[in-house]
Design a protein around this ligand. Structure first.
Ligand code: SF4
Length: 444
């Protein structure tokens, strides 16, 4: 076990992975400023939707929820590996299907260890009192997943779904939470991405980060396989058109085939990148590399810059010049937006197909999953979900080793290695359900 909880060990490991992949140039902040972008803590496999591009396994609905004692062990493991400042995504399935008291306890523990928490939800059960309780318990961020892959009844387009997004913003605003949105992009909604970016830009006052995740051939979802015409470049062009910026910035937040990033200043209907000046960006990154950023995340970059020793007269002059250029480029928006400027991070993430994992990307992964045997790259985890989910978990209760299994939900003296029973029709989701519906001659 690594006794150093500063996150330096995790940072070194990520740096080595990125170097081996030829991805550690002077614009790379992963492995320099943080040891991991986030770690997913899956607290349930149950979900109240059946997304057509769901990454869960066919047996997910049959899995028992991981007990709190095991989740606490995993949080401690994340802290040991990545140190304070790391972000833990409380996710699932949909995590809101668990008792709010359980999620409160997790938020409190994550906060106690000086890490950050983010609730990843489809929002259906996340009403304002629910979110207010979690904010009170120390939750930092709420990330709403809303898009057409969820097949929400009555919503036939991404623009129609903006009503849902606005409702969710209303539930979460002024609670001290950062509001994030996730969108899965596939051929069915690609054309709407520019308009969606414009919607997010109009909500920049409330929304801190938007993440576009490309369709991947992994999990139980009933949709067709990845469309090879939908590439990162194509999606980047759509994002660029929507925000009217040159997306992505030069700054790397991991392997370039996995993630792309920009951080925007937005006013009215104008957006400009904070990261457009490459020389300045390079200088800031190399200065911050030697500052103890305690593994803080990319979203906190402006805060880190404020604290960094970047205040020599030449740098102050360069920052001032850059600021003036940004104000000039924002000018029409500043007028319309009555001088208000908001910040928004934009992320493009591209998970791998389960049957086409690229080792060098997995070894430079910035998006991990907490398992009982340590953090695992999300793509690797997705490719072998059942093997990870149903592996018996060792627990030490009163000095006696016991085992917990997600297949039975039981604690036993000896480990149980089986899978849960096959799902009944009502519990089926994704491809399996679609196939059964076809077999029964019912419309899908
Ligand atoms: S989860 Fe997959 S796509 Fe994302 S950073 Fe890790 S290896 Fe890359």
């Amino acid at each position: 076990m690594n006794a150093d909880c500063s996150g330096k060990h995790g940072r070194r490991q990520l740096r080595e992975g990125l170097k081996a992949a030829g991805q550690f140039d002077e614009f790379q902040v992963a492995g320099r400023l943080f040891p991991v972008a986030c770690v997913a803590l899956e607290i349930t496999q149950r979900c109240n939707l059946d997304c057509t591009l769901c990454y869960l396994s066919e047996n997910a609905e049959q899995a028992y929820d991981v007990p709190l004692v095991v989740l606490f062990q995993r949080i401690a493991m994340v802290h040991r590996r990545y140190g304070p400042g790391a972000t833990i995504q409380i996710t699932g399935g949909d995590p809101t299907l668990r008792k709010v008291e359980d999620i409160e306890a997790l938020c409190q523990e994550i906060r106690r260890l000086n890490m950050r928490s983010c609730l990843m939800t489809n929002g259906i059960r996340a009403n304002r009192p629910f979110l207010a309780r979690l904010a009170q318990a120390g939750l930092n961020d709420v990330a709403f997943h809303v898009d057409l892959t969820q097949e929400r009844v009555g919503f036939e387009s991404e623009s129609a779904l903006n009503a849902v997004r606005k409702d969710y913003i209303g539930r979460a605003r002024n609670l001290g939470l950062r509001i994030l949105f996730n969108t899965t992009v596939y051929p069915g909604n690609l054309a709407e991405v520019p308009a969606l970016c414009q919607f997010f830009r109009s909500q920049a006052r409330y929304v801190s980060l938007v993440s576009f995740q490309m369709q991947a051939d992994t999990g139980r979802g009933a949709a067709d396989k990845r469309d090879i015409a939908l590439t990162q470049d194509v999606l980047s062009d759509h994002i660029s058109a929507g925000f009217n910026v040159d997306f992505p910035s030069k700054m790397g937040i991991g392997h370039s085939e996995c993630s792309r990033y920009d951080h925007l200043a937005i006013s009215g209907d104008r957006a400009v990148s904070f990261l457009a000046n490459k020389a300045l960006l390079k200088r800031v990154i190399s200065t911050l590399e030697h500052v103890d950023t305690s593994g803080r995340v990319v979203a906190d970059l402006p805060d880190m810059i404020r604290k960094a020793p970047l205040c020599d007269p030449i740098m102050v002059l360069r920052f001032a010049t850059e600021l003036l250029k940004m104000i000039w480029r924002l000018r029409s928006g500043l007028w319309a937006g009555r001088g208000r400027v908001s910040r928004m991070s934009v992320v493009l993430h591209s998970l791998m197909d389960a049957k086409a994992l690229v080792t060098e990307r997995c070894e430079a992964c910035v998006f991990m999953v907490a398992t009982s045997t340590g953090p695992v790259s999300m793509c690797e985890f997705n490719a072998e979900r059942d093997a990870h989910l149903f592996k018996p978990v060792s627990l030490n209760a009163d000095g006696k080793e016991t085992w917990w299994s997600a297949a039975t939900g039981q604690m036993t003296d000896t480990p149980y290695y089986g899978l849960p029973p096959s799902p009944k029709f009502k519990q089926m989701k994704g491809r399996e359900r679609a196939a059964e519906m076809r077999r029964r001659g019912k419309p899908i």
